[in-house]
Design a protein around this ligand. Sequence first.
Ligand code: SME
Length: 287
Amino acid sequence: MKKIDIIHGPNLNLLGSRETEIYGTESLESINSYVNSAAEEYGIAFDFFQSNHEGQIIDRIHSAENNVDGVVINPAAFTHYSIAIRDAIAAIKTPVVEVHLTDISQREAFRKISVSADVCVDQICGFGKNSYFFGVEALVGHWAVNRIRTENSSTPDNDKLLRSVVEILHESFPKYDWTGIYLVDGDALVLHNFQGAPSPHTRIPIGQGICGAAVAEEESIIVPDVNADPRYLACSIETKSEIVVPIYSGKNIIGEIDIDSHRPDVFHKHDQKFLEQVAAVIGEKWK
Ligand code: SME
């Protein structure tokens, strides 16, 4: 079982009573139990820690290296000036995700800067308690990217590589109900391999559907509610949300990762970020 340490920085012990107009009325204990239940299906064991003291947070980060598989940290005010916490994160091999309840880019000038975000695998802000849950998902995504690299380290053929990617992603995320890869073939996308229920859309003209739009527009597309998007081509009546991420080989789009979920609004920037890393691994290994 994977283990994650959730580290809360200074003043977060006062959540629920401190500046409630900014931070809400929920206590830290309630946020911790939310993370436990929201992430239950990932089968991860969580440890929780809060400190108002920089040195204690640094010690906890150091001990993460031998004790857990990942860290989600809300460094709170230390975010903006603690080079010592930044250095502790950079010193360990364990992946760390920085999270904030509020969107720090929209607050006072002194809160816009994070001295630690660039040594973390991702930074997630502005989703309240869901920032922590999304931080957990960002770590699951990071582990999946590493697994894809490791399991395909000995130059696999394209077919084997694409099958491995779909298998690892589908297995890592219970919310991914349909996970597939389409390859560009002339002016269409052709379904290469997938996990989930069979799709009627095995060939999609570029420019049509969400899939065709992502290639035509050369960018990842997140659709929180497929029924509200006129471009959507239905693959299953159960699908509620979708993400499509183009795969590049050099400057050319050679295909895309397409994922559907039966749950609404489950794809966010952190999914896009690690799926773009997966697409980059495919691009690097493409023959
Ligand atoms: N929904 C996609 C079609 C493919 S299925 O989701 C697998 C689209 O709108 O392009």
